[in-house]
Design a protein around this ligand. Structure first.
Ligand code: ISL
Ligand code: CA
Length: 558
């Protein structure tokens, strides 16, 4: 085992290709667009680019429904474009990680077409089919995008399982041939020289074979099947097999997306001794505010709750596994709008505060496109301006099933829709924000004349330069990678303060979650210390720190 694997020193930048950069004026981001922005990414100082799915897809879920795992989505370009992109990235010292979506495929994948049209074919068992039970579906589990997880196939009279949309049938990991197919397609990309995989909902691949029904969900005729497919009975066995068969033969990094994973689950996935994955994405902090209607409930949450979650992950994985660190991604609202304050007055300091807080924790940080210069949520007026199938499905259910008012629904969509993250990257103040010369597939956030990458790079006090500084800084300090973590003042309502220490170096990180000025008493050993990072121009380093709104500082003890 490599004692110091490179993933522990890496900073990952996530690209959602559809919204990153269009190169040919069709309004859709593409591989040549990414190619044209590699120098920008190299200047920022990130190490790894994670590309959301770039494979052939009918785009029911923007590429998370794959119809050919070995082909590039026509809208994104060609295999030659990909090869060129990979080589150009490597030339600049940037690694490329692809998105492996193998809990399900598209219903337009040839495997599924054959499985459906020829129930006697071998491919039938690549998917999960069940006969009706007492004339009804086998269970009443609710799908992630609403409605039941079972879809009746009229021709055969059997149901197939889809945990996501009807166009995303779940693959049957119980079948060794299917698993071998997955390992093969992974080798195909690794042999091209890619540097890693982000594995979509990889903790859902093993289902309880008894398919029991479950707890009813209030206000619906459906139940929650989570206990029967999250971190299921054979998931670790499958991942260890994948590791033996594929991962262990390459120098790559892996991160599993694991909704519903606890700290203990994450140890099982990421303990290097077990030979599974390098790290997983946990969902507890982004689940704050969820309620009866999931994230759409959008309930208030408190800073002590956030601190308690992140601290439990920091201490729980220390020396046992490895954390991934993120505020947002293509499924989440924009970080500054959700955890900071996106008003004109506080957008910049609060975006910098969030970055500081996260990048000094132990783990591998992930930056989602646009986060590095403080892109915000969007507030479209009409539902038909939204594209995301999850948003559109929820709008219908909240209205028809749960009787929510139009106003309440729109407020919730504004706060939580995945399209907040998917509006095109705002590159500059020119028409269409420099994203496309045509009509963008999703409308651009109207705030782009003020908030864009070009303006941010030109301004030394911008969020962008703060990220650049943090990325370089954490690499120069072993304590950030290796040190212990200790939360201070767990119950303080507006200060998030913690210590990092490795026996040589001791750091204090203080983040002020408030739109008002405040004060905070710091441990004496930091008075007279060195200020390594500060999102305001000055700081009086006395025992009682005077803090500006959303101020965040990092101090090294003398
Ligand atoms: O997006 C979510 C909450 O709004 C999650 O429930 C999300 O569906 C879940 O985290 C799984 O996400 C991944 O798989 C989905 C895909 O739609 C997401 O974009 C992807 O990140 C199905 O492939
Ligand atoms: Ca294009």
């Amino acid at each position: 085992l490599n004692a110091r694997p490179w993933f522990k020193d890496a900073v990952v930048y996530q690209i959602y290709p559809r919204s990153f950069q269009d190169s040919n004026g069709d309004g859709i981001g593409d591989l040549r667009g990414i190619l044209s922005r590699l120098d920008y990414l190299a200047r920022l100082g990130v190490d790894v680019l994670w590309l959301s799915p770039i494979f052939a897809s009918p785009n029911d879920d923007n590429g998370y429904d794959i119809s050919d795992y070995r082909a590039i989505m026509a809208e994104f370009g060609t295999m030659a474009d990909f090869d060129e992109l990979l080589a150009a990235a490597h030339q600049r010292g940037l690694k490329i990680m692809l998105d492996l979506v193998v809990n399900h495929s598209s219903d337009e994948h040839p495997w599924f077409v054959e499985a459906r049209d020829h129930p006697d074919s071998e491919k039938r068992d690549y998917y999960i089919w069940k006969p009706p039970v007492n004339g009804d579906m086998p269970t009443h589990w609710q799908a992630f995008f609403g409605g039941p997880v079972w879809q009746l196939d009229e021709a055969s009279g059997e149901y197939y399982l889809h945990l996501f949309s009807v166009k995303q049938p779940d693959l049957n990991w119980e079948n060794p041939k299917l698993r071998a197919e997955v390992y093969d397609l992974m080798r195909f990309w690794l042999d091209k020289g890619i540097d890693g995989f982000r594995m979509d909902v990889i903790n859902l691949i093993s289902k309880d074979q008894a398919y029991p029904d479950a707890e009813p969900i209030t206000g619906t005729a459906l139940t929650s099947g989570y206990p029967y497919f999250m971190n299921g009975p054979r998931v670790h066995e499958f991942l260890q097999e994948m590791n033996r068969e594929v991962l262990s033969h390459y120098d790559l990094m892996t991160v599993g997306e694991t909704p519903g994973a606890s700290v203990d689950d994450a140890v099982r996935y990421s303990d290097p001794q077990r030979g599974e994955l390098d790290m997983v994405f946990q969902f507890e902090h982004v689940g704050l505010g969820s309620g009866e209607r999931g994230k759409w409930s959008n309930l208030p949450w408190t800073l002590p709750e956030l601190k308690s979650i992140l601290s439990r992950w920091q201490t729980g994985l220390h020396n046992r596994g490895w954390n991934s660190l993120y505020w947002d991604n293509h499924d989440q609202p924009r970080a500054v709008s959700r955890f900071g304050n996106d008003s004109p007055e506080f957008r910049v300091p609060s975006a910098k505060m969030l970055a500081t807080l996260l990048h000094f924790m132990q783990g591998t940080p992930y930056i989602y496109q646009g986060e590095e210069f403080g892109m915000t949520n969007v507030r479209f007026e009409r539902v038909d301006q939204y594209d995301d199938l999850e948003t559109l499905g929820a709008e219908r259910e909240l209205r028809e099933l749960h009787g929510w008012s139009e106003e309440r629904i729109m407020a919730s969509i504004h706060a939580m829709s995945r399209d907040n993250a998917r509006t095109p990257v705002q590159w500059d103040a020119s028409p269409n924000a420099g994203f496309t010369s045509g009509k963008p597939w999703l409308e651009i956030n109207p705030n782009y004349p003020n908030i864009n990458a070009e303006a941010a790079e030109a301004d030394l006090d911008s969020v962008w330069h703060h990220y650049k500084h943090l990325i370089a800084l954490r690499k120069s300090l072993d304590v950030v990678r290796d040190g212990t973590y200790e939360l201070l003042d767990a119950e303080h309502p507006s200060i998030y303060a913690y210590l990092r220490s490795d026996g040589h170096t001791k750091l204090l990180i203080v983040a002020h979650f408030s739109a008002k000025a405040g004060q905070y008493r710091i441990p004496a050993e930091f008075v007279g210390g060195e200020v390594l990072s500060n999102n305001y121009s000055s700081l009086q380093l006395t025992e009682k720190l005077n803090l500006e709104p959303y101020q965040a500082v990092v101090i090294r003890a003398k």
